[in-house]
Ligand binder design. Sequence first.
Ligand SMILES: NC(=O)c1ccc[n+]([C@@H]2O[C@H](COP(=O)([O-])OP(=O)(O)OC[C@H]3O[C@@H](n4cnc5c(N)ncnc54)[C@H](O)[C@@H]3O)[C@@H](O)[C@H]2O)c1
Length: 356
Amino acid sequence: MITVTLPNKTYDVKIEMGLGRKIGTEIQQVWSKRKVIVITDEQVGDLYLHTTVSELQKADYDVITATVPVGEKSKSLKFVGEIIQTMADSGFTRGDGVIALGGGVVGDLSGTVASLYMRGIAFIQIATSMTAMVDSSVGGKTAVNLGKVKNIIGSFYQPDLVLIDPIFLNSLSERNLVEGYGEVVKCSALEGGDFFDLTGNINSVDDILANASELIERSVNFKANVVMKDEKESNLRRILNFGHTLGHAIELLADGKLMHGEAVAIGMVSICQCFEKTNVTSNDITQAIKKRLLAVGLPTESNLIGTPAFFDHLKNDKKNDHGTLNLVALKKIGQPVIVPTKLTEMPDFVSAVTVK
Ligand SMILES: NC(=O)c1ccc[n+]([C@@H]2O[C@H](COP(=O)([O-])OP(=O)(O)OC[C@H]3O[C@@H](n4cnc5c(N)ncnc54)[C@H](O)[C@@H]3O)[C@@H](O)[C@H]2O)c1
């Protein structure tokens, strides 16, 4: 168990095989009897909603559910409005609760609903995808999209509890599992030490599953420590963007063909290559990260980097601070640094990226 302690809130992240079968008793430890809405998507709902609802009912909660379609399109104001209407129709008050059962999409949507309903209602996340387990369920960022603009409407809103049962990963598609694992490699490179040694021993999808509990625990622990020092991303939390600036631009350019974690994998290797040119990062660091990503089949290069459209996306990046990007470089494994870089310098900077 990992405890996240923030100025205005403390909550636990519980990671345990089989937790999914005792959700009711776990939630009873933080919530009194109340109405709850379980929000899920069609795929996770088909697999786990029935058991989750009956566990909650056994624990004496008064349960309603909301199931949204699978995918990013459900992170929208339309679904926020519909779910809030359902809650209002069912007489939810500020003393009731919202439970997210799903991946990052359901988590972000549910967090947004919880933060808005009557100016804020209690919220619990049950993370079912690798991305949700190692990243989105921890840290309190909630958001929905507006049209094609991702995560533009949202807030920082912390849950009361996060429940992670690695058994859920057995039903996740291999591509989703591996994509989420890219984030684990990122955390291990930022933290270094034993954690980076651990990802060095992961050579297949089976290895990810066999070591899932430890990989999740180490990632959550790393992220929680960063968030505890800088909840609202004014400084240290920026290091979590390692690989994301270049990655996010190619994710948009690939128009759905690259998943987020795949684009970030390419972004991590590419930014290391760029910082090799300026003598911040050494080639052995780039190679060590690349080896870990290739070992599970993640991509590490893209010819989309450096195209005119690529620079347009960099310009529109929400992390563009008046013409400067705060890039994350690795001086050493476990030693990230922020390197402010002017947008005008980016064409020369990214010319170091190699594609075979
Ligand atoms: N809030 C944050 O800090 C944060 C961080 C990272 C990502 N995100 C957001 O998370 C989203 C991506 O998350 P994601 O990759 O989990 O996407 P997702 O929620 O769409 O899940 C991916 C797919 O896996 C399915 N799925 C989830 N768990 C499953 C399981 N146990 N068995 C079978 N299928 C399962 C879902 O139905 C979906 O089809 C994006 O919207 C991103 O912006 C948020």
